[in-house]
Design a protein around this ligand. Structure first.
Ligand code: SAH
Ligand code: SF4
Ligand code: F3S
Length: 480
């Protein structure tokens, strides 16, 4: 890997310094408030959407702390509320808007409360206008390209009293060196690239996340190394299409090279990544995974549809043959690999035959797990304008058939794990079943077992004695 800073796509240090200066001003004001009242001001960050948004929210939390706010888990006692929104489906937008609606009464109770809305939804002009006109108690909005401007927005709002609607940046740049407050002490997200150039015809992401840009390999390797030194055990590299990593960098480095470099770091940890686009998933990447020391044998490879015609209109640029070829190669190199996927049901023009094609692919590939979605038209995308939209009742009937088939397949896939002893990274008491602890296997499957508080964040070995479509259940071994 060639050394050298990738200067073109990085936000300048002076811009970051300017934000640090704004943050210091707010911090001084928050310190003064605490000295006067004995109360530290608090910030609440609410996140919708994908892991990229989760990662961005950890930066929002980090910046909030830098500005002298303590973090709170409840909006009722917050002085600053940040809602990080998603635009992938209508449901995600509706949920965010409904929650923002509920904050009206908090603002009525506490007029000094600051409410900011950010992320993918408000990167769209029509949603920004909607917030402006229909949610007058929202103090500021900022899109995905302006995340780093949070301190400036708060400062300007406080100084001038006027609501702030931050315009999108003209250039998509990577902002390095922002403070991050991670939620977990053992699992971490690390963004390796931002944006997407693929323009799948149904998808809003390229419009709200901008063009692809990659972080410099040195910055990523240094961040991962630091995490491992701190004891992080499960690290997921993030990007909308990680296989495009490095394409826009001056260095000759691709995603497989980056993985090789990270894999050299010593330690007891697993490395994961998402998401891979089948059109770019290379045999080189799979070879690197198979021979690596730390890369989990787990692959998320969104298929979207099992019909070549639908894939063509989706602008996915692969067909089912190519997709199945990748799966076969992966299973040849890593027989134990867990494969998961995304499927969209009811894309415009999807016929019964097309949908049967998707079911057929499910039977052939046998995914360990599936994230399935009913197609949701997104304003501004080509598919939303297509005339042959599938009626809602057809979409939901197909969705139910897809889920029923996948449940059978996942149960069948999990059965061979019964009797096996697996290493599980424990996440603590299960949110769904408080009598049990839960964790994730190397294949990222959920395992339930009877644990103790000090298992949290540690590897435990679990002998699996039962499995269903969604999880594994077993007994923890006393000592590894
Ligand atoms: N970059 C990733 C996916 C990001 S979005 C990739 O290319 O695989 C996550 C998933 O949401 C997509 O894989 C797709 O299955 C789903 N999705 C995206 N747009 C959608 C829409 N308009 N309606 C329904 N599902 C959608
Ligand atoms: Fe959306 Fe396609 Fe980009 Fe994924 S690759 S984010 S589905 S446009
Ligand atoms: Fe949603 Fe934006 Fe992620 S639209 S899925 S939060 S990239």
């Amino acid at each position: 890997m060639r050394q050298g800073e990738n200067k073109q796509n990085i936000r300048s240090q002076s811009e970051i310094d300017a934000q640090n200066a704004y943050a210091a001003q707010i911090r001084a004001e928050n310190d003064r408030y605490e000295a006067e009242t004995g109360v530290r001001r608090r910030a609440f960050v609410l996140t919708f959407g994908c892991q990229q948004n989760e990662a961005d929210s950890e930066t929002l939390a980090g910046m909030s702390r830098q500005m002298g706010y303590a973090l709170t888990a409840t909006p009722e006692d917050a002085d600053l509320i940040l809602v990080n929104t998603c635009a992938i489906r209508e449901h995600a937008e509706k949920k965010a808007l409904s929650i923002i609606g509920q904050y009206k009464h908090l603002k009525a109770k506490n007029p000094a409360l600051l409410i900011g809305v950010c992320g993918c939804m408000v990167t769209q002009e029509h949603r920004r206008d909607e917030i402006k006109h229909r949610y007058p108690y929202v103090d500021f909005t900022f899109g995905t390209s302006s995340l780093f401007r949070l301190p400036e927005l708060i400062c300007t709002k406080l100084a001038r009293g006027k609501r702030q609607f931050c315009p999108e940046e003209q250039k998509y740049l990577v902002a390095e060196g922002l403070p991050v407050h991670r939620e977990s002490t053992y699992r971490a997200w690390v963004s390796v690239m931002y944006g997407c150039n693929n323009f799948c015809s149904y998808c809003i992401v390229p419009y709200v996340r901008g063009r692809e840009r990659s972080r410099a390999p040195e910055a990523i390797v240094a961040e991962v190394r630091e995490l491992i030194e701190k004891g992080y055990k499960d690290i997921t590299l993030l990007g909308q299409n990680v296989n495009s990593y490095g394409k826009v960098l001056p260095e000759t480095v691709d995603f497989a090279d980056l993985l090789c470099e990270i894999d050299k770091i010593e330690g007891d940890y697993l490395l994961r990544f998402m998401t891979s686009h089948p059109k770019d998933a290379s045999t080189k990447l799979i070879d690197v995974m198979a021979s690596s020391r730390h890369i989990a044998h787990q692959f998320h490879l969104p298929m979207q549809s099992g019909s070549d015609e639908v894939l063509r209109v989706m602008n996915r640029r692969y067909d089912t043959k190519k997709y199945y070829g990748i799966v076969e190669y992966m299973r040849e190199k890593m027989p134990d690999v867990t494969i998961t996927s995304d499927i969209i049901v009811g894309f415009p023009g999807e016929t019964e035959e097309d949908f049967e094609g998707t079911l057929e692919m499910l039977r052939r590939v046998k995914f360990d797990m599936l994230y399935s979605f009913i197609y949701s038209p997104r304003k501004g995308t080509p598919a939303a304008e297509m005339e042959n939209q599938v009626p809602p009742e057809v979409k939901s009937a197909r969705f139910d058939r897809l889920l029923a088939l996948q449940n059978e397949i996942a149960t069948e896939k999990n059965q061979p794990l019964v009797g096996k002893t697996l290493r599980v990274l424990c996440d603590g008491v299960s949110k769904n079943n408080e009598a049990l602890y839960s964790g994730r296997t190397e294949g990222n499957k959920i395992a339930f077992f009877e644990g103790t508080p000090d298992d949290t964040g540690r590897y435990v070995t679990v002998q699996i004695d039962r499995a269903d479509a969604f999880a594994l259940y077993g007994k923890k071994h006393e000592k590894i």
